[in-house]
Design a protein around this ligand. Structure first.
Ligand SMILES: [Zn+2]
Length: 308
C-alpha cells in the first residue's frame, strides 16, 4: 500500500448511477487522512475500500451543492460512533455556514468528536493562500469560478534535502554520522568540516491539488501548479463546452489543458455527468492535451506518482 494515495469513493456529479456513487475522495498522505467532498453514500463506500473512517483528521469541502456535502452528516456521526479522539478539522466556504450548521445537526445522534470548524471566506482567497500548516504539510486554498462560492484545495509537503550516497561514501560519512549531518547541518570528519549542502541536493515537496466545481480559471491553475497529482472535475465533454461554461464546469479537454499548463504530473478526471454512457471518452479528450490521465472509477486506489 502506498503511503500517499488517493482513494476514490465516488465519481458522479449531480446524480449517482449504478456504477458511480456521489463524489467522495480520501487522500492518504503519511499520517494525514483527508476527506474531500463527501456526497451521499460516502460512509458505505468505506466498506468496500481498505480504509477506515476513524483515520480521518481533516475534511475539506469545496462547496455546498448536495453532491459534495450530503454525506457529511453520516460521516460525522460515524466518527463519533467509532470513538475518534483526535481533532478533526473541517474546512469550507464561510458563505455556506447556514448549510454547514444544518448538515452538522441533521439527525439525532451522540456527537462526541472534537470537530474544529474552519470557515474560510472565499473573498480572502482570490489567489492561492495558505490556510493551515500541520507538521510538514501545508494546506492552501483558492476561490474557484462556479455558480455558487466554491473553494479548491492544495496540499503541499515542505521542501527538504536528499542525501547523495556517492558523496557521503567519498567523504567517509556512514551510519549515525549521516543523521548527525542532517540534524546539525555540518560535522567534522577527519579534521575537515563537511556541510549538509555539499552532501545533499534540494528535494521539492510533493503536491496534491483538488479542483471542483469550477469553470477553467486562473485560481485552478494556481492550485495545480507543479502538482504531482491533480484531481479535477470534468463534468462535460468538449462538444458541450458551451453548457460547461454556462453551469460553471469544465470539460475533460479543459482539464487536460489545465494539467499541461500547470506543469502537473498526473491528472485524475472525475465528477462525470450521467449524460455520457462511455467514460473512456473523457480520458481520450484529456489525453489530447496531457499524457498521464486517469479516469477515476469508484473504489480505485490511485498512487501519488513517485518522486522524480
Ligand atoms: Zn457544484
Amino acid at each position: 500500500m502506498s503511503a500517499r494515495e488517493l482513494v476514490v469513493l465516488g465519481t458522479a456529479s449531480q446524480m449517482p448511477t449504478r456504477v458511480r456513487n456521489h463524489n467522495g475522495y480520501l487522500l492518504r498522505w503519511d499520517d494525514h487522512t483527508i476527506l474531500f467532498d463527501p456526497g451521499e453514500g460516502t460512509q458505505r463506500q468505506f466498506a468496500f475500500v481498505d480504509a477506515s473512517p476513524a483515520s480521518i483528521n481533516r475534511i475539506c469541502l469545496t462547496h455546498f451543492h448536495g453532491d459534495h456535502c450530503l454525506g457529511l452528516p453520516g460521516m460525522l456521526l460515524r466518527l463519533s460512533q467509532d470513538g475518534v479522539q483526535h481533532p478533526v478539522h473541517l474546512h469550507y466556504p464561510s458563505t455556506g455556514q447556514v448549510y454547514l450548521d444544518r448538515l452538522r445537526h441533521a439527525s439525532i445522534g451522540h456527537d462526541t468528536i472534537d470537530l474544529r470548524t474552519r470557515p474560510l471566506d472565499p473573498s480572502e482567497v482570490e489567489h492561492r493562500t495558505v490556510v493551515d500548516v500541520d507538521g510538514d504539510l501545508t494546506l492552501s486554498a483558492a476561490a474557484l469560478r462556479h455558480r455558487v462560492d466554491a473553494i479548491g484545495w492544495r496540499i503541499e509537503e515542505s521542501a527538504g534535502r536528499r542525501m547523495l550516497p556517492d558523496r557521503l561514501e567519498a567523504a567517509g560519512i556512514r551510519g549515525p554520522d549521516i543523521g548527525r549531518l542532517r540534524d546539525l547541518g555540518r560535522i567534522d570528519v577527519d579534521g575537515r568540516t563537511v556541510t549538509l549542502e555539499e552532501m545533499s541536493e534540494h528535494r521539492p515537496g510533493q503536491v496534491f491539488a483538488f479542483i471542483m466545481d469550477t469553470a477553467l480559471c486562473d485560481a485552478a491553475l494556481e492550485l495545480a501548479e507543479g502538482a504531482d497529482l491533480v484531481v479535477c472535475e470534468s463534468t462535460f465533454l468538449d462538444a458541450d463546452a458551451e453548457m460547461a461554461e454556462r453551469y460553471g464546469h469544465m470539460t475533460a479537454r479543459q482539464a487536460g489543458r489545465l494539467a499541461a499548463e500547470a506543469g502537473a504530473r498526473r491528472l485524475v478526471l472525475t465528477h462525470f455527468s450521467q449524460r455520457y454512457p462511455d467514460d473512456q471518452v473523457f480520458g481520450h479528450e484529456a489525453s489530447l492535451e496531457f499524457d498521464d490521465v486517469v479516469v477515476a472509477h469508484d473504489l480505485a486506489h490511485i498512487p501519488v506518482p513517485a518522486r522524480l
